[in-house]
Design a protein around this ligand. Sequence first.
Ligand SMILES: Cc1ncc(COP(=O)(O)O)c(C=O)c1O
Length: 362
Amino acid sequence: MIKLFDPHVTEEEVEAARKVILSKNWASGSGDGLVKEFEQKFNQYIGSDEAVAVNSGTAALHLSMMISNVQGKNVFVPSLSFVTTVHSLSYTGAKPIFVDIKEDTLCIDPDDLEQKIQNHGGIIALPVHFGGMPCDLVKIKKICKNHALLLIDDAAHVCGGEINGTKIGKIADLTCFSFHPVKNLAMPTGGAITINNKDAFILSNKLKSLRWCGIDNRRGIFYDVTSISPNYYMNEISASIGLVQLKKLDLLNKKRREIAKRYAREIKLETKMKYEENCVYHLYWIVTNNREEFIRFLNENEIEVGTHYRPIHNMTVYNDYKNIELPVTNYVSNKVVTLPIHPNLTDSEITHIIDTINKFVS
Ligand SMILES: Cc1ncc(COP(=O)(O)O)c(C=O)c1O
């Protein structure tokens, strides 16, 4: 079976993790050691003011909401995403206002965002760069500025992506990354928040306290606790692997783009992800009318595929939102299929995927 996701692993990751395991310094809530080194190198890579490592993309989103005092406030968010994009609001008492997406990118539609801000008011926009395709962050940032909204970016899919030569992670006030094993930069578990804000240093110190149960003002073995906060610090094994992955991130993203270029050119389906130099292709999606049959045919031909995502507003736990109008989201989500696009794919596997799809279509 050709896998849908497959992290790129070499002896370098194995050796880095082995060293940490043998050192027995596996974790420290204070984030000294390799976690600090990863934070510094990731911050440098993105060009952000500050970076804070945490133990998942979900943690990054949750802490970003915690630090933004969102209780009882509206946050504008797409529904076609992983569920914790919206759970991060529910954890903190914020209310999601679902914004529709654009048919050509599956990213948040800035016009619908503007309309909904005017209709409802709110304090934060939380866009997602679907599949690694940068959303229109410049326009969204302008809208946020005009309406005095904070821009918090869910960049779980877009690590290494850029807009006009600027790395995503340097544009929004806070940007949340996931280093889940299937992501472009993979760790066993991990995430980060990058900060671009005049108060970046203060915010990063606050986030470092929040990521470790609110522990603060440490002096040697003495410390205080200044907030009720979860245990979200990154461990050293993840950081050791992340440091290796960061060095080759651009190269791995280039490989993803090369595969996308072939898919965009050779797959004979009308509606599919377009090719863009700035995209880092965490996912590659196509839209098909007979999804079940399509999936069955690909599986029979040893190709694993996904259906990213069932919209969050259709999940049982968000039942209150099930009847809201999101025409593009609802239309696409019943037809979308995601294809393997990881850097371990061989040329013959890519050809097999393309040929199988084209055989189904013809
Ligand atoms: C868009 C998006 N946001 C947030 C997350 C959460 O990241 P993590 O799994 O590292 O908690 C994911 C992960 O799948 C994601 O795809």
